[in-house]
Design a protein around this ligand. Structure first.
Ligand code: C6P
Length: 443
């Protein structure tokens, strides 16, 4: 029995030997190697998500849109309510017991993030509003510091706008150029091009860990090593990676790693920028105001050391504490078990959707996360999205804030289903039936 067969055999109802890819789908998605762990108790987990028992337009909600924003378990919501109801005050201000207690909870959440992503120090964890703000922070501080006229910024062909636009703004300001690492038709970056693309003018490489459109898991460790061999730092957009795989920023040797709380079973309005301490110490602050200073006179302001100097004003305290609770929640489930379950859903959904005539899945990278973008001949992805919505199935349709990928793949948009640890094969079956029904309707 192969490792892939073993995976399927341990996950409910697919017999060993069942083909996992359809003819013409190449290369095959690689199986994950985490099957010695007991599977997740999905029925119990689903009880933590009130939204999963909602009925929309007379149909039970099937939430297949975790890539746009993850659902929060009750434990996370309750932790935030507790802070707001029983513990609320500001942090890092005042000597009151309440303020010290709130500061402790808030800083404990920072420590949870540090441990979760394997950073060396809490001083390397900067709170932001999300991935987008984290990347803008790096572009506007580190980027402004190192990029000069005629320099190059290297990005990949599968970046989200969050890892394109801030760099374009910087390039415009500085007279620098954006270069792009190309990708194959199956949605894999062409690493052979890197040697030529990284020149002595390259000042930073920005690469997405997992593509929000294609699901491709990029070999960021390898890319970072190649860039470092030429002395170039790398920022990794980890928005779609932290919910699905164990991230270890030290092992990756990432210079910067950005992600959002709301895709990791946490709330909106909070995100993280990890940066190597040496970089953060060398970077100037970005936003000025209270909380980020050591001293202020009319003549001069001195700043706190990192991360404080990047955290001006009152932070989203409840959201930070909530993100800490989300990390506790997913850690208790186990990222490896989450990955195994989601991978099973990916294989199952890929196989079932691939059988539908006229349906084409975009992105068949060997290493792929539980995201399936597809197009159906003769049906606009928005129409497909609306028809699925009518069946209670929540997916995203559009360009997914990654228009350059659409241009590269010559499609205006896609319909995208993304799976989380609370989804089931039965929900995949509903998706497949609803897609078939939509196709019938359009005939
Ligand atoms: N992608 C999607 O539907 P923010 O909005 O800052 O939390 O995350 C931005 C972002 C950055 N990088 C990647 C790879 C992302 O997927 C996202 C958010 C959502 O795919 C909303 S556009």
């Amino acid at each position: 029995m192969t490792e892939g067969d073993r995976l399927l055999a341990t996950t409910r109802d697919v017999p060993p030997g069942t083909p996992r890819t359809m003819p013409g789908q190449s290369p095959a998605i690689a199986p994950v190697m985490t099957t010695t762990l007991p599977p997740l108790d999905i029925a119990a987990i689903r009880k933590d998500f009130a939204l999963l028992s909602r009925v929309l337009r007379g149909k039970p909600v099937i939430y297949l849109d975790s890539a746009v924003s993850g659902q929060m378990p009750l434990q996370v919501i309750e932790r935030m309510v507790k802070y707001e109801r029983d513990e609320h005050t500001n942090v890092h201000r005042g000597v009151s017991t309440l303020s010290q207690e709130a500061t402790d909870f808030y800083e404990a959440a920072r420590e949870k993030v540090r441990r979760f992503i394997g950073a060396g120090s809490i001083r390397e964890i900067v709170w932001t509003r999300g991935t987008t703000e984290s990347i803008n922070l790096v572009a506007q501080t580190f980027g402004r510091m190192v990029v000069k006229e005629g320099d190059e910024i290297l990005l990949s062909a599968m970046e989200h706008h969050a890892n394109i636009v801030p760099w374009q703004m910087l390039a415009q300001e500085k007279g620098a150029t954006i270069k792009v690492i190309p990708m194959t038709d199956t949605g894999e970056l062409i690493l052979a091009s890197l040697d030529e693309l990284i020149t002595d003018r390259t000042k930073i490489v920005g690469v997405v860990h997992i593509s929000n459109v294609l699901g491709t898991v990029n070999p960021v460790k390898e890319i970072i090593a190649m860039a470092h061999a030429k002395g170039v730092p790398v920022l990794v957009d980890g928005a779609q990676a932290v919910p699905h795989l164990q991230v270890d920023v030290k092992d990756l040797d990432a210079d910067f790693y950005a992600f959002s709380g709301h895709k990791l079973s946490g709330p909106t309005g909070i995100g993280v920028l990890y940066g190597k301490l040496a970089h953060l110490e060398a970077m100037p602050p970005w936003h000025g105001g209270g909380s980020m200073i050591r001293s202020v006179t009319w003549e001069k302001t001195t700043y706190l050391p990192a991360p404080g100097k990047f955290e001006a004003g009152t932070p989203p305290i409840a959201a930070a504490i909530g993100l800490g609770a989300a990390i506790d929640y997913v850690s208790a489930l186990g990222i490896d078990r989450i990955a195994a379950h989601e991978h099973d859903l990916l294989l199952y959904a890929t196989e079932r959707l691939s059988r539908i005539p006229g349906l084409r899945i975009l992105g068949s990278a060997k290493e792929k996360a539980s995201v399936i973008s597809f197009v159906v001949e003769g049906i606009h992805p928005h129409d497909m999205g609306s028809l699925l919505d009518g069946e209670g199935i929540v997916v995203r349709a559009g360009h997914h804030c990654a228009q350059p990928i659409m241009t590269r793949l010559k499609v205006p948009a896609t319909t995208r289903a993304s799976f989380a640890y609370f989804n089931t094969r039965e929900e995949v079956d509903f998706l497949v039936s609803a897609v078939e029904k939509a196709i019938e309707l359009f005939k």
